[in-house]
Design a protein around this ligand. Structure first.
Ligand code: NAP
Length: 492
């Protein structure tokens, strides 16, 4: 079957899932435009030393792509990138993927999306899917004097492979998941490592560096059905994590107690107290590590909790006036997490731009549909469950939802679909209410918060997510039909 024409932006985890699902549904007229020079999204862009996934590999995978021979329980960046390339190979996606093609503009006109890349290429499609991810715009901090530093300054998300930190004096600014991982990786070979940790983070000790036992690999290789059953069991078990993040109770308290216990792995009382957060464990994105506590207690490491005042040519000066001489500055300062597909120039129906639609902050009905943007969907868009639900499951369910609309188009049941303002307003209000008892809302600052002070996460469980995406209420959508035309022809 050919047509409808579909354009997917991004060949990361979500974009590849969309490609696989389109092929499985028999739609072959699609192109995946990727700004990077490989597939894999965050696993392509991030290549800093020590990068691994803090979700166990037997769980960090698609439902449709088994892999059992992971070298480690928590796999390295290279192994995860290879897994994603394998998905493109096994599902014959490469002919559909255009690398080094950044979408700079997309406009909806005459019932179609007109898309332009940075190379000036133009595409037209019936459906446009933004699988552009959440964490892909590096946050370069606005620290006075940073540009005056004489040595290399590198953001972890744009790591320079030629940069040798061996026997150098390294500063790491930022102690989130990335800062913690890179601290553990650079400490053994750096001459000195100074970690600038503006706010302490709760860190859960976990065996993040353990290899996957051979018997597990052998067992799953011999019994693929068992591997599949174990994956499904892991996904079901992860509901426990969802539950404790969105509902207060004994399960949440148990994990929080473990976090407080882990802090005792810091033997020096002064350092321990300086690194004791004043907010609840799990409030920020939880950091896991098997080597951080050991690394920060080595003699070549200093943890600085004073605020940075400025940077000069030779080092970093804190608010108290202490000058820290360093050779290399590593920015582990995270991402602008709420940009989504921007700075792309995205224009929907009647000339409405995404910046106008999102002037009060990014929002999308059920994470995927935006009023004013017909036949346009996001995967892992605003309010996605990046802090609570198995991500590949959430992405796959969103792809299935989009495929349903594409199938309706292919069957001649509709020309365009657009979520209504009412449905979106109701959804947003339900989200705000449901966020109240979540752990993310217990008094910390994190990248989860949008400028309007609300949390950009999914505050419901997996069943609710399935409900929203599985059987959409037609009354929530404005649909045009081939024979009837005119948008605003609301169904239901
Ligand atoms: P992050 O969690 O946002 O942490 C950024 C760090 O930089 C924080 O410690 C922050 O301090 C600090 N910072 C920012 N601006 C600063 C400034 N001007 N001066 C001093 N310090 C500053 O970013 P991340 O560590 O890159 O992690 C982002 C997300 O990526 C994670 O939460 C996770 O979802 C994902 N990730 C996942 C993995 C994985 O294994 N799956 C690994 C890495 C990252 P404050 O806390 O004071 O703001």
């Amino acid at each position: 079957m050919t047509g409808p024409r579909v354009l997917v932006i991004g060949a990361g985890m979500s974009g590849l899932a969309m490609g696989v699902k389109l092929k499985a549904a028999g739609f072959d007229d699609f192109t995946i435009l990727e700004k990077g020079s490989d597939v894999g999204g965050v696993w392509f862009w991030n290549r800093y030393p020590g990068l691994a996934c803090d979700v166990p590999s037997l769980l960090y995978r698609y439902s449709f792509q088994n892999k059992t021979d992971w070298p480690n329980i928590f796999s390295s960046r290279d192994d995860i990138l290879a897994y994603h390339r394998g998905v493109a190979d096994d599902h014959d996606l490469w002919p559909h993927i255009r690398l080094d093609s950044e979408v700079v503009a997309a406009r909806f006109a005459e019932n179609a999306w007109h898309v332009e890349t940075d190379a000036g290429e133009e595409f037209t499609a019936d459906f446009l899917v933004a699988a552009t991810g959440v964490l892909h715009h590096p946050n370069r901090p606005d620290i006075p004097g940073l540009d005056d530093f004489a040595g290399p300054v590198v953001h972890t998300a744009r790591w320079d492979r030629g940069l040798d930190t061996t026997d150098r004096r390294v500063a790491i600014i930022g102690g989130g998941s990335t800062g913690v991982q890179i601290t553990g990786a650079l400490q053994p070979t750096a001459r000195t490592l100074t970690l600038f940790q503006r706010s302490p983070q709760w860190v859960l000790w976990a065996p993040t560096t353990l290899p996957q036992p051979n018997f597990v690999t052998r067992l799953f290789r011999r019994r693929p059905a068992l591997a599949q059953a174990s994956f499904r069991a892991w996904v079901r078990a992860s509901a426990l994590f969802t539950d404790l993040t969105i509902h207060p109770g004994i399960k949440r308290r148990a994990v929080q107690s473990y976090a407080r216990l882990c802090l005792r792995l810091i033997r020096d009382r002064d350092l321990r107290e300086r690194l004791r957060p004043d907010y609840q464990p799990l409030c920020k994105r939880q950091v896991l590590s098997g080597n951080y506590f050991r690394a920060i207690q080595r003699p070549n490491v200093e943890v600085v909790t004073d605020r940075i005042d400025h940077v000069d040519a030779t080092g970093i000066v804190t608010a108290g006036g202490n000058h820290h001489d360093v050779d290399i500055v590593v920015l582990a300062t995270g991402f602008a997490a709420h940009n989504y597909m921007r700075p792309m120039n995205l224009t929907g129906r009647d000339g409405i731009t995404i910046d106008e639609a999102w002037k009060s902050g990014p929002h999308a009905f059920a994470m995927t549909s935006i009023p004013g943007f017909p036949n346009f969907f996001t995967i892992l868009g605003p309010n996605s469950p990046v802090g609570s639900i198995h991500l590949q499951t959430a992405a796959e369910l969103t792809c299935d939802h989009i495929i349903r609309w594409i199938s309706a188009f292919a069957n001649g049941e509709m020309t365009t679909v657009e979520v209504s303002e009412n449905a979106t307003r109701r959804f947003n209000s339900d989200v705000v209410d449901a966020l109240q008892p979540t752990v993310w809302n217990t008094g910390c600052e994190s990248w989860y918060f949008k400028d309007d002070g609300t949390v950009d996460l999914w505050p419901f469980d997996l069943a609710t997510l399935k409900q929203f995406l599985g059987q959409p209420l037609s009354s929530d959508y404005l649909i045009t039909h081939p024979e009837r035309g005119a948008l605003g022809d609301q169904v239901g």
